[in-house]
Design a protein around this ligand. Structure first.
Ligand SMILES: *Cc1c(COP(=O)(O)O)cnc(C)c1O
Length: 367
């Protein structure tokens, strides 16, 4: 009996995405073994963080890197780093409640649920533009002496109402304001690990460890300018300061480092081909259903280049179909909206699951 069975928990086939509530991603055996290895000795956590960070920085062409407990923790740490620059007296002022007010700017069209982490870092959120568009002068008008950073969400699906990252960085530079890129779900492509920072000049970029990197679910990565990475270090665990709650363990650090190494060495072209074949097969299997329109979509729910199948029902709602999939054992998870759209994705499937997904869906969809 597995642990999950003993708890009476049904497992799920993930044809949806790297969703935290579903367990993020599945770690490759190498990652689990690295965590197992790391679990066997005492070490200096400061030294492990520093040396693992230095290796990830070198491998990803960044000045520095810090391993934390998820991208949301990375947002808090990045803002604390920009607020304090690692100055212990400034950190103490935040702890004492005497720090000067801090504002973080983001484009209104890039608002995401995770931007609540900006408030966790004690900063006020200030938005630029609206849901339709933003202009240079609107961003410039928001920058003042309270400005701590510009927070930029890099998903392509959030791009239309914001300035480009390139233009944002240009304006930020003029006022010496750091730019923090939230790229939590912006892999693939692998090159994003250095593109936003080393190539485009953002100060920091934040990635989830438990999404496409397939590291520990409670891990995350911040890469970028070494001065700010050092400032993150001063704010973060193992120090008992504001961000002590985001304690990356020796096992998580070892797991994330290994996951990054594996991701850099993956054959991403082969991943794409494998996903493509599954998606094309699903489209063929769904062909002829008159109750829905079906097409291949080469962009995933986070705006990244990962193929999936889009299904638009011509009657009923997606929730009716989802209810049927949720009654199965194992449950089949899909992405859906509250109207008539359903998407199925191949990238989180385990071997042998693709036919199970389509069989379940063919039963659940209206004739
Ligand atoms: C998933 C996600 C986060 C949160 O990531 P965690 O690693 O789960 O903390 C933050 N921002 C964006 C854009 C995300 O997609």
């Amino acid at each position: 009996m597995t642990l999950y069975e003993s708890l009476g928990i049904k497992t799920r086939i993930n044809a949806a995405a790297c969703y935290t509530a579903l367990g993020g991603s599945i770690m490759p055996t190498e990652v689990v073994l690295a965590m197992n290895d790391a679990a066997k000795s005492f070490i200096s956590l400061h030294e492990l963080q520093e040396k693992a960070g230095a290796r990830i920085a070198r491998l990803t062409k960044n000045e520095g890197a810090f391993i934390t407990t998820g991208a949301a923790a990375g947002i808090v740490l990045s803002i604390l780093a920009c607020r304090t620059r690692g100055d212990l007296a400034e950190i103490q002022k935040i702890i004492d409640g005497t720090a000067k007010p801090s504002e973080v700017i983001m484009f209104a069209g890039q608002r995401i649920p995770y931007d609540s982490s900006i408030r966790t870092a004690g900063a006020d959120l200030v938005t630029v533009g609206d849901a339709i568009q933003s202009f240079d002068f609107q961003l410039e008008a928001r920058i003042n002496e309270r400005t701590t950073a510009i927070f930029f969400c890099a998903g392509a699906h959030l791009a239309s109402a914001a300035l480009s990252l390139e233009r944002t960085i240009e304006i930020a530079r003029k006022y010496s304001v750091p730019v923090i890129v939230d790229a939590a779900a912006q892999l693939p492509p692998v090159s994003n690990l250095w593109r936003f920072t080393a190539e485009l000049g953002a100060d920091l970029a934040i990635f989830s460890g438990g999404k496409a990197l397939r590291g520990p679910q409670s891990s995350g990565l911040v890469v970028g300018k070494s001065e700010l990475i050092e400032a993150i270090r001063v704010n973060a665990a193992p120090y008992p300061r504001l961000a002590r709650g985001f304690k990356a363990s020796k096992e998580e650090i070892a797991g994330l480092l290994t996951a990054v190494e594996l991701y850099l060495n993956r054959n991403h072209q082969r991943d794409w081909q494998g996903w493509s074949e599954i998606v094309d097969g699903w489209v063929a299997d769904l062909n002829g259903r008159t109750s829905c329109a079906i097409w291949r979509d080469d962009v995933n729910e986070a705006g990244q280049p990962t193929p999936r199948v889009a299904i638009k029902l011509s009657s009923g709602t997606a929730l009716d179909v989802v209810a049927k999939l949720q009654a199965l054992d194992p449950i089949v998870e899909v992405v859906h909206d509250s109207r008539r759209m359903i998407w199925i994705s191949p990238d989180s499937l385990q071997p042998g699951e693709a036919p199970l997904v389509i069989a379940a869906l063919l039963k659940a969809l209206p004739q």
